[in-house]
Design a protein around this ligand. Structure first.
Ligand SMILES: Cc1cc2nc3c(=O)[nH]c(=O)nc-3n(C[C@H](O)[C@H](O)[C@H](O)COP(=O)(O)O)c2cc1C
Length: 348
């Protein structure tokens, strides 16, 4: 209540010219809080909803609840303990690339409040795998599972994409409970072509093999799970290819979906380039989750994301067969209360 009536209007007004101002402010505050255990306890007491009934076990990891933060909010992993304290069941950090890069010119995030939507063309601004890993070594670890999302650096030629991902994977291995291979952002030229059958097969084979080798070298019985995040703009044939490759290469789950290039459901005219997220995306992300779950028939878990704003959308995603969910845009528009509301409804 307080978030929508007070916090949001102030933040959105102050960042009207460039929504990213609000984004950095929030991450800065959460990064500050992350350093103080007592502050984290207070945040947790005010925000988190806990119940043993919410726990899920998936690919060898225990998730205290099934509602996670989607990739892209904490790109450098600066605020993970405070985000955990807000009540999420898991966090996806990143997307990180091998090379530090500035991303596209600002403004590159656009809010469409009446449609509960956003368009972004961030282009993976991040500090690069070396700097992020060096910093993480000195930051407190969050109390819930964290997966790092890996992407391709803009300057890396398409033919060298695999090495780019492998570099980041090795750097972030010790800080990750699972990895998400992001081949679905619309804002890095050529990235989405990595979803095509042959390039995807080569990429995933190399990445899963690398995790298996690291597990062997470090004396672990199982390797860290690798998930793939896909776009909502794939045809059924393309999704069939993704499923075939994931099953063949021992990928442990599919995250569906990233932002869309479609503008269906956006009522305000917009010529901004980038990916659309939020409420207008929900019908399509649900359709994709439904399709994947039906085809997979339990062979792999699916994590549903895209336009989930509350208990109704969450229920429909779970009914479609999703094992876990993630939110991003609703967290911006509704605040952390969205996680609590969904979790409460699940226990009920
Ligand atoms: C500003 C912004 C930045 C994003 N950055 C990333 C990213 O770096 N990596 C990624 O996998 N997804 C990224 N996403 C996509 C979200 O993780 C999510 O898949 C998408 O927004 C749909 O969920 P939502 O409707 O709950 O926002 C970004 C989304 C937004 C709005």
């Amino acid at each position: 209540m307080l978030f929508k009536s007070l916090v949001r209007p102030v933040m959105f007004t102050l960042s009207a010219q460039d929504p990213e101002i609000a984004h950095h402010w929030v991450i800065d505050q959460l990064a500050f809080a992350s350093r103080y255990p007592l502050l984290l306890k207070l945040i947790e007491a005010a925000s988190a909803y806990k119940s043993p009934a919410l726990g899920r076990n998936l690919f060898g990891i225990h998730f205290p609840n099934p509602i996670g933060l989607a990739g892209g909010l904490d790109k450098n992993g600066l605020a993970l303990p405070a985000l955990a304290a807000l009540g999420f069941g898991f966090l996806e950090a990143g997307t990180v690339t091998r090379h530090k890069q500035p991303g596209n010119d600002r403004p590159r995030i656009f809010r469409y409040l009446a449609d509960s939507a956003m368009i972004n063309r961030m282009g993976f601004p991040n500090d690069g795998a070396d700097e992020v890993a060096a910093r993480l070594a000195h930051l407190p670890r969050p109390s819930i599972p964290v997966g790092w999302s890996l992407g391709k650096s803009k300057i890396t030629p398409q033919e060298e994409a695999i090495d780019d991902y492998l570099y980041s994977l090795r750097k972030l291995y010790d800080f990750s409970d699972f990895f998400t291979i992001n081949v679905s952002s619309p804002n890095t030229p050529g990235l989405r072509t990595l979803q095509d059958k042959e390039p995807l097969d080569r990429l995933l084979q190399a990445i899963v093999q690398e995790t298996e080798q690291i597990a062997e070298m470090t004396g672990r019985v199982t390797s860290k799970p690798v998930l793939v995040k896909i776009a909502p703009d794939l045809t059924e044939g393309q999704m069939d290819d993704v499923i075939e490759v994931c099953l063949a290469r021992n990928v442990r789950g599919i995250i569906a979906t990233n932002t869309t290039l479609s503008r269906t459901g956006l009522h305000r005219q917009s010529s901004e380039m980038g990916g659309l997220s939020g409420w207008p995306l929900f019908p399509r992300s649900l359709e994709v989750v439904q399709y994947l779950c039906k085809k997979l028939n339990g062979a792999l878990p699916v994590i549903g994301v895209g336009g989930i704003f509350g208990p109704d959308e969450a229920k429909r995603m779970f009914d479609a067969g999703a094992s876990l969910l993630q939110v991003y845009t609703s967290f911006i528009y509704e605040g952390p209360g969205v996680v609590k509301r969904i979790n409460k409804s699940l226990v009920r």
